[in-house]
Ligand binder design. Sequence first.
Ligand SMILES: [Mg+2]
Length: 378
Amino acid sequence: MKIDRIETFLVPPRWLFCRIETDEGIVGWGEPVVEGRAEVVRAAVETAAEYLVGADPLRIEDHWQVLTKGTFYRGGPVLSSAVAGIDQALWDIAGKAYGAPVHRLLGGPVRDRVRVYTWVGGDDPAEIADSVAAAVEAGFTAVKMNGFGRLPRIATAADIAGLVDRVSAARAALGPDRDVAVDFHGRVAWSTAPRALAAVAEAHPLFVEEPLLPEYGHQLGRLTGTPVPIATGERLYSRTDFLPALRAGIAVAQPDLSHAGGISEVRRIGALAETFDVPLAPHCPLGPVALAASLQVDFATPNFLIQEQSMGIHYNTTNDLLDYVADPAPFRFTDGYAPRTEEPGLGVTLDESAIRAADRHAWRNPVWRHDDGSFAEW
Ligand SMILES: [Mg+2]
């Protein structure tokens, strides 16, 4: 079998899909994207295609080695995300060629269903409570919320009180048996992080995500002594990137299947995390291929905690995850869990005509400013 053609599709709300076609008619799909920089990743995929067309798609590991190391310059979000989407598509082809779901090629299932969480939004506690109640009604046992909007360098008393009010409202609506995770989104400066973590400790969050930006990872170890489990990883792209965070004592690793080198590398990040007694909670505010790839890893990974998914997320304004799938079965959640299926490959059947008909998008993340006009973290 040989790779004949590699195409990419820029589809709203902010995704990029990659389609790899073989001379035997087997087609694999991947989702190589950096949100807000999809066109740049597309160019990186096109460059990789120069190497891949004509090659055996089943030599996944060899292609991973060449694509990540063969360009001399390595790492970073653009290259790692391009390789991630290609890697997903090659695993999809392999599963279809061998007639097995990817989780069977990874050693077989270690669980029968995968716990997922849903995003809840709202600026005031009453909105959060309503949003959580709707999630509970839909069967979810865990939700994630943003901790803050735009923050000054050192949070005010009102900023911290607002955080506590909103997280407490979520906890009250969830009761003690469900979970709330809180995403600080790298908006919190080091000078505020310990205070913010202490403030939410009483609500027993499942984890607090990105309490610091990745570039301040050397400070993470000063936060991991608090009772609040620390999660990070959506902006880490390899085992090498994760090692210092694991050594600093994070509680949950959040590689993104579309950023951190795909199924091949996230599988290895999971094994590395296991040596620190740290579970995986793959990041995935993305589309159906990224979620399908995540689920395949989740089914085969012993140290798995919970899966993010984007249905109803605030980014999905023009389109949502099911718009591009022909069969929603793998994403039909019951009691907050995704089902395991035996469909070959990534286990998702895409609606190719919907993808080909989709308009391109030009999604960019917002640029925030402080009151004095200077740049603020989003
Ligand atoms: Mg996040």
